[in-house]
Design a protein around this ligand. Structure first.
Ligand SMILES: *[C@@H]1O[C@H](CO)[C@@H](O)[C@H](O)[C@H]1NC(C)=O
Ligand SMILES: *[C@@H]1O[C@H](CO)[C@@H](O)[C@H](O)[C@H]1NC(C)=O
Length: 219
């Protein structure tokens, strides 16, 4: 005879799985997203491990507007996937589009932004080169992640979400590694990941990522 624990354990595992998968943006059920493992969840953050991703990136774009810089970068990358590349090859749309942000010191100075497209697995062995775009190849990378919804506008929303992520990590075992990651890479204090096209009005998912390495996993 099966004891009640034989039923309870699978139910708990299923519940944990469903709860865990709720954080995966719905866009990723339709188009390819980079896969990752969830390593930890805390109050206001999730720690993910990404492995072997490739990103096609713009050069750095100086702008006072996050929204405008992201649009400029996105349009270049959209041309790229439509076939404006050295092989004239069309590439499947993926998500998210990420913007790496290097904030400036003053409120009215330009920040720099690098906008990137996740290269689908199919194209990773041989992504078509293109003028003005660079390939970023990431090894094993951790990300501290905070999700938020809606349309991103200029003003402080992105900076506030990044600050909230940073303070939610304080006191966790991840904080010193995240801080070290921030000082190690002045070109990207944080990354903003957007999963939806401008034409989707509901269920929009955005994330702040703070990338970092762990000494035990340096490669
Ligand atoms: C990361 O990806 C590389 C290449 O696909 C693979 O060889 C390696 O084992 C992966 N590492 C982990 C920790 O999954
Ligand atoms: C962003 O672009 C729009 C449209 O081109 C322009 O009207 C607006 O002034 C720009 N915003 C900033 C902060 O540069």
């Amino acid at each position: 005879m099966a004891s009640p624990t034989h039923f309870i354990l699978p139910v708990l595992l299923l519940a944990a799985h469903l709860l865990g998968s709720r954080a995966v943006p719905p866009t990723c059920e339709r188009i390819e997203c980079p896969s990752y493992d969830v390593v930890d969840k805390g109050n206001g953050f999730e720690i993910r491990l990404y492995n072997s991703t490739q990103w096609m990136s713009t050069s750095s774009i100086d702008d006072i507007s996050f929204v405008n810089a992201t649009r400029t970068g996105f349009l270049r990358l959209f041309d790229y996937i439509q076939g404006k590349n050295k092989y004239g090859e069309k590439i499947e749309m993926t998500a998210p589009v990420i913007t790496q942000v290097a904030p400036s010191d003053g409120p009215f100075c330009a920040s720099s932004f690098v906008v990137s497209f996740f290269v689908p697995k199919k194209n990773q062995p041989n992504p078509p080169p293109a003028d003005g775009l660079q390939l970023q190849t990431w090894g094993l990378k951790y990300a501290a992640v905070r999700q938020f919804g809606g349309f991103i506008s200029d003003g402080d929303s992105v900076g506030e979400e990044a600050a909230a992520l940073y303070s939610s990590l304080q006191g966790s075992i991840w904080f010193s590694a995240v801080s070290k990651g921030q000082t190690a890479d002045p070109t990207s204090a944080y990354t903003v990941a957007q999963y939806n096209s401008p034409f989707e009005f509901s269920g929009r998912v955005n994330e702040i990522w703070m990338m970092f390495a762990m000494d035990s996993h340096r490669i």
